[in-house]
Design a protein around this ligand. Structure first.
Ligand SMILES: NC(=O)c1ccc[n+]([C@@H]2O[C@H](COP(=O)([O-])OP(=O)(O)OC[C@H]3O[C@@H](n4cnc5c(N)ncnc54)[C@H](OP(=O)(O)O)[C@@H]3O)[C@@H](O)[C@H]2O)c1
Length: 197
């Protein structure tokens, strides 16, 4: 069965955006969470226009190549200007998880309003033998609560943002993680965990 993976760029103090994210403003002003996408000399083989350091390109492309469908939370969808009617990934179909209708959803996207289990099930079907990627702290939290997350990657950026949208949200209990890989790279450390069950 395909895996469910979460890979997010996170500040050391646990934020996935700067202050003031939103439609037209992306991750907010002054954030450097994604600088490592563009400040290297190795082109991504999956995402056009990304130029990463060699170690980051290896990690990033290996993950991006696994993803066959994406489940994003409504906040991510709104703050990313609806991904221009497409997907955050060049080949993976987007499923947006929300409690309410979304008039802007296109035929290249799908809205799921019946919960995280249904969103992940629909994404698994679309992904075929590839994996499902999660986007957004709220969605990852819901998926952790439902026991659906297999792997978590923190692309940890050495900055204390001091505010923004927190990645880590309240859980009903402990979730044990096992570090399976740690790759230091210019401007980011890639921490790859498996979720223990
Ligand atoms: N740094 C990174 O790598 C990275 C990656 C991805 C996203 N981001 C950023 O992170 C921010 C969003 O993160 P977030 O944690 O605020 O929000 P999120 O996870 O994107 O979205 C949360 C929303 O999803 C809906 N939702 C969540 N669980 C649900 C459930 N079980 N059933 C139905 N709907 C459910 C709810 O929307 P409604 O109740 O409003 O319908 C909820 O408010 C954005 O600014 C995005 O750009 C950063």
């Amino acid at each position: 069965m395909s895996k469910v993976i979460s890979a997010h760029a996170v500040s050391v103090d646990g934020y996935i955006t700067c202050r003031g994210p939103g439609a037209g403003r992306g991750l907010g002003h002054g954030t450097m969470l994604f600088d490592w996408y563009f400040d290297g000399d190795t082109p991504s083989q999956v995402f056009d226009g990304f130029r990463l350091s060699a170690p980051s390109a290896r990690v990033f492309d290996a993950l991006a190549g696994r993803v066959g469908a994406v489940v994003a939370g409504r906040n991510t969808y709104e703050d990313s200007d609806h991904f221009g009617g497409g997907s955050p990934h060049p080949t993976a179909r987007l499923f947006v998880l929300s409690h309410r209708p979304a008039a802007e959803i296109t035929e290249r996207q799908a809205l799921v309003t019946s919960g995280i289990e249904d969103a992940v099930a629909a994404a698994r079907e679309a992904a075929g033998d590839k994996d499902v990627g999660l986007m957004g702290g709220g969605v990852v939290t819901e998926a952790l609560k439902a026991g659906l997350v297999d792997e978590m990657v923190l692309h940890q950026v050495p900055v204390l943002l001091g505010g923004g949208r927190p990645f880590f949200q309240a859980l009903p209990g402990h979730v044990r993680l096992r570090l399976v890989d740690a790759v230091p790279a210019p401007g980011v450390t890639h921490l790859h965990y498996k979720v223990e069950r």
